[in-house]
Design a protein around this ligand. Sequence first.
Ligand code: NAD
Length: 368
Amino acid sequence: AWEKKVRSSCRVRRSPNGLTVLVTGAAGFVGSHLSATLRRRGDGVLGLDSFNDYYDPSLKRARQAFLEKAGVFVVEGDINDAALLKKLFDVVPFTHVAHLAAQAGVRYALQNPGSYVRSNVAGLVSILEAAKSANPQPAIVWASSSSVYGLNSRVPFSESDRTDRPASLYAATKKAGEEIAHVYNHIYGLSITGLRFFTVYGPWGRPDMAYFFFTRDILKGKPITVFEGHGSAHTVARDFTYIDDVVRGCVAALDTAGKSTGSGGKKRGPAPLRVYNLGNTTPVPVSELVNILEKLLKVKAIRKVVKMPRNGDVPYTHANISLAERELGYKPVTDLQTGLKRFVKWYLDFYSPVKKGAVKAHGVIATE
Ligand code: NAD
């Protein structure tokens, strides 16, 4: 029955490129949106997720329920389980892996350093090892992060900028991942594309991210802590990027990796290693994020403004996306106001007291 579900989930319908994609972290925020979008396009998609409890696992289960309706089966398992990966690659000739499983979050690393090393470093190696030995050899598109720019003072951040001053263990593991990707590309000719996401937000988002818990706490009348920077770097701002824009960038990266590489069994020499910024190019101060939420929620926030502690966060992110524009046709189209409106609509609907606890049978995921 298991194998039947796997095969049915991976059956390619009509699709422009007919990809067969293993999506790791499929019950996560970005992974669930990407899986649904690919499946809707007709690509074969199999999810893999450990459903860990870094944040509310019932939200991950609700995403899974959505995906099952969309025809995507999510296997429960760990990316470090080599036997499981071998079994999956033996059953399905994946053309691509969208590797999104990771231990995310910057501050959690202060208490849980091991989980970052296990999922983001050992886990990536485990995926690359499985891909290396698979026949056909899939192209890998994986999530790096804007956090690799660390304490870089040059804005906007370009892919060629220095990344040798990470501010958190999370950032350090993402940076290590980029170096590891280089090795697997160099030695084995694996096609690998790294995507540096910039603060992704939207419906079905992550409860550990500020826009999400600000919304929750503002609605509850609880004070929220808003960080401000130090000295000349006074403004704490993020290049908030809407989920659908990021998903379009991921799909473009998958389509491009499929076309331009020597993977899929053909011997055309190693495909070049690729790294792209997927941001929005418009940093917004966190104080402005709160202003927008207040208007949308029609509730005044109780703000506690404090100096940013040295806890792994960086004061400012801002993407230069010209490389992704040129090579992937990436073009973000959603401003923060519009994206937050969609998030708030989803939030109120999902957490409305009437429906609380129920997995909804309808709704919108990866809205266009
Ligand atoms: P998420 O936490 O919602 O999704 C990650 C998923 O991976 C989770 O469902 C988790 O259960 C799963 N997972 C974690 N460790 C695993 C393991 N060892 N084996 C199997 N599954 C495992 O996070 P997200 O926001 O969807 O992020 C997706 C990717 O994008 C991550 O790699 C993250 O580091 C990266 N990223 C996200 C953002 C953002 O703003 N959301 C920004 C930069 C980078």
